[in-house]
Design a protein around this ligand. Structure first.
Ligand SMILES: NC(=O)c1ccc[n+]([C@@H]2O[C@H](COP(=O)([O-])OP(=O)(O)OC[C@H]3O[C@@H](n4cnc5c(N)ncnc54)[C@H](OP(=O)(O)O)[C@@H]3O)[C@@H](O)[C@H]2O)c1
Length: 295
C-alpha cells in the first residue's frame, strides 16, 4: 500500500509567538537564469508559504518578484533572509538593502548567517567585534522597528549559543538556529540544547545538498520504495516528524511540487532514520573553511 501523501501545512510556533510553516523552499545556488524566481513562483502556486533566502545567494530580487507575482497576501507568507559575514558592523543597512531587493517592508525571520564577523577590507575576522556584538545590533532592530518579526542565528554550535545567551546585554533568545540536519547528521546534543532553550531548529541541506549521498543510501531508498514515495519525501517527512523546520531546495518544478508532499513514517522507519548515522557514519556536506564547527 503506498503511503498517503499530503501537502504539508504544519506550522510551529517560535519563542516569540510567531508562526512558522514547517516546510520552506531553500534557494541557495538558485541564481542564474531567473532560477529562484521560477522555483519560488512554482512553490507559492503549489502550497508553500515559506521561502528561505540570503543576501549571499544573490537572488533576493528574484524571490521578491515571485512573491509579488504570486499575488498571495504578504501576511500569509513567511520570508527569511540572512545577514552576510562582511556586514556584521552594518546590520541595519544590510537589512534595508535586503528588504529593498525583496520589495518587502519586513521579513519574518532575520538570521546571522554564520557566527563569523569578517572585515570586508581585509577579508579577515575583526579583532574588536564578534557575533555577540552583531546579535546586539539585531536585538536593537527587533525591539525598535517593524522590519523583522523574529531574529535568529545560523550555524551556531551549543558552545557559541551558550556564549551568546550568557553575554551581558543579551536579552532576546534567538527564535531559530538554522543548521545542517538530515539522517546522516542528526545533531542530537544540539537538538536537546535547542529544545531546552525553546530555539527552533531549522534543517538546512535536508536532502544532503548537491550530489547528495542520501539519495544513494540503501536504508533511505528502501524506506522510500516500501512506502511508494520519493527518497526526498522520506527526508522531508522525517524532519517534520521530529519537530524541525525543513528547507528542501529545488529549481526543478516537479521536485518543488513533490518535496512538500509528506507522509507519516512508521515508528520502525522513523527510528531507522534517527539511528542511521550510527550504521553509515556522520556526513556534513556544508563546511566552508571560514567557520569552526568544533567550537
Ligand atoms: N544557513 C546556511 O548556512 C545554509 C547552508 C546551506 C543551505 N541553506 C539553506 O537550506 C536550503 C537547502 O539546502 P541545500 O540547497 O544545500 O540542499 P538540499 O535541499 O539538501 O538539496 C538540494 C539538491 O537536491 C536536489 N533535489 C531537490 N529535490 C530533489 C528530489 N525530489 N529528488 C532528487 N534530487 C532533488 C536539488 O536539485 P535541483 O535544484 O536541480 O532540482 C539540489 O541539487 C538552501 O537552499 C538554503 O536555503 C542554508
Amino acid at each position: 500500500m503506498p503511503a498517503q501523501l499530503t501537502v504539508n501545512a504544519t506550522e510551529f510556533t517560535l519563542n516569540n509567538g510567531t508562526k512558522i510553516p514547517a516546510v520552506g523552499l531553500g534557494t541557495w545556488q538558485a541564481t542564474e537564469d531567473d532560477a529562484a524566481y521560477k522555483a519560488v513562483l512554482a512553490a507559492l502556486q503549489n502550497g508553500y508559504k515559506h521561502i528561505d533566502t540570503a543576501h549571499i545567494y544573490r537572488n533576493e530580487e528574484q524571490v521578491g518578484r515571485a512573491i509579488k507575482d504570486s499575488k498571495i497576501p504578504r501576511e500569509q507568507l513567511f520570508i527569511t533572509t540572512k545577514l552576510w559575514n562582511a556586514d556584521h558592523k552594518n546590520v541595519e543597512a544590510a537589512l534595508d538593502a535586503s528588504l529593498a531587493k525583496l520589495g518587502l517592508d519586513y521579513v519574518d525571520l532575520y538570521l546571522i548567517h554564520w557566527p563569523v564577523s569578517t572585515n570586508p577590507e581585509t577579508n579577515k575576522p575583526y579583532e574588536d567585534w564578534d557575533f555577540v556584538d552583531t546579535w546586539k545590533e539585531l536585538q536593537k532592530i527587533y525591539k525598535q522597528s517593524s522590519k523583522v518579526k523574529a531574529i535568529g542565528v545560523s550555524n551556531f554550535t551549543v558552545k557559541k549559543l551558550q556564549k551568546l545567551l550568557s553575554a551581558n546585554g543579551v536579552d532576546v533568545v534567538p527564535a531559530a538556529n538554522q543548521v545542517e540536519a538530515h539522517p546522516l547528521l542528526t545533531q542530537p546534543e544540539l537538538v536537546e540544547f535547542l529544545k531546552s532553550k525553546n530555539i527552533k531548529l531549522e534543517a538546512y541541506s535536508p536532502l544532503g545538498s548537491t550530489d547528495s549521498p542520501l539519495f544513494k543510501n540503501p536504508t533511505i531508498v528502501e524506506i522510500a520504495e516500501k512506502n511508494g514515495v520519493e527518497p526526498a519525501q522520506v527526508l522531508v517527512s522525517w524532519a517534520v516528524q521530529r519537530d524541525t523546520v525543513v528547507l528542501p531546495k529545488s529549481v526543478t518544478e516537479s521536485r518543488v511540487i513533490s518535496n512538500i508532499k509528506t507522509f507519516t513514517l512508521s515508528k520502525e522507519d522513523f527510528d531507522a532514520l534517527n539511528n542511521l548515522s550510527e550504521k553509515d557514519g556522520v556526513v556534513r556536506t556544508c563546511n566552508p573553511g571560514f567557520n569552526n564547527f568544533d567550537d
